[in-house]
Write a protein that binds this ligand. Structure first.
Ligand code: A3P
Length: 290
């Protein structure tokens, strides 16, 4: 299973999606100041928010393309959207995309091109309870061929806690992004708050990026991208991958897998590494929700 992953600058990535060549090409990628960038560790809900962002772009541009057209575009979405995915030549093709372009990434901030920070690209960062991320990531890893599978949950739990999974440690990811906590061009949202009140979350996101949408429009964006709707459409948008990606979409599913010892171990890890950071303090429903 090790040959499914490659290590780049000390962090693991799936070889089917990432390569040293693409990481190198990414370094000189020229971001535009009106680019829309989503940052989130795997399984924080990045696909969901990418869809919200793309919907906001079309809604505010008053294009209102038909559902089918939107879905067709989705077939190309993965290659273009996740900055570190695909072949190094993709950055030439991305240049041709019209504004506003929507990108996402799972990487640490130092892996991103300096143009993103120089050009003041607005960054939305999504965070999620690490316990739910771990459970989601475990099921995901065991469902797709591009990631190594794990014989037991216990085995995955230890790998996750020690950052021996693709894109490295979630705890390090938060620590590194916490350094950008006070940047002017960054906004943070939790998976849990977006889930609890999607219309409000969509409104906040729209306002941050300067999309003008009415209350009805933001509600429509939230509804079109609800878990139920996305799951129902997923055979068209994501094929067989849909069932894997849109698994449960709920909060606190960790309770179904964690043992009490694992719960305490992750609480300890959280306390030691994240609880004292501003970003860590924003992770709701983590240690404090039992
Ligand atoms: P679960 O495995 O807990 O269900 P990512 O897109 O970053 O890989 O994150 C995937 C997680 O987001 C999965 O979590 C998935 O079900 C959830 N998700 C996807 N679309 C969603 C939506 N529209 N609303 C809520 N959660 C969603």
């Amino acid at each position: 299973p090790e040959d499914l992953l490659c290590s780049y600058k000390g962090v693991l990535y799936p070889v089917t999606h990432c390569s040293a060549e693409t990481f190198k090409a990414l370094e000189s990628f020229e971001a535009r100041s009106d680019d829309v960038l989503l940052v989130g560790y795997p399984k924080t809900g990045t696909n969901w928010i990418v869809h919200i962002l793309r919907d906001l772009v079309t809604t505010s541009a008053k294009k209102n393309e038909e559902e089918m057209k939107r879905m067709k575009q989705d077939e190309e979405i993965v290659e273009y959207t996740y900055l570190e995915f695909g072949d190094p030549g993709k950055f030439q093709r991305i240049k041709k995309l019209s504004s506003r372009r929507v990108f996402a990434t799972h990487v640490f901030p130092h892996m991103l091109p300096t143009s993103i920070f120089k050009n003041n690209v607005k960054i939305l960062m999504v965070i999620r309870n690490p316990k739910d991320i771990a459970v989601s990531y475990f099921h995901f890893s065991n469902s797709i061929p591009s990631l190594p599978s794990f014989k037991t949950w216990d085995e995955f739990f230890n790998a996750f806690l020690n950052g021996k999974v693709s894109w490295g440690s979630y705890f390090d990811h938060i620590i590194e992004w916490n350094k950008h906590f006070d940047d002017e061009n960054i906004m943070f949202i939790t998976y849990e708050e977006l889930k609890e009140n999607s219309n409000l979350g969509v409104k906040k996101i729209a306002e941050f990026f300067g999309f003008s949408v009415t209350n009805e429009e933001s509600q429509a964006v939230a509804d079109r991208n609800s878990f139920q709707t996305m799951k129902e459409n997923s055979h068209k948008t994501h094929g067989a991958f849909g069932n894997v990606l849109f698994r449960k979409g709920s909060v606190s599913d960790w309770k179904n897998l964690f043992t009490e010892a694992q719960n305490q171990e992750m609480d300890k890890k959280f306390e030691e590494s994240l609880a004292g950071t501003k970003l860590g303090a924003k992770i709701k429903y983590g240690v404090y929700c039992k």
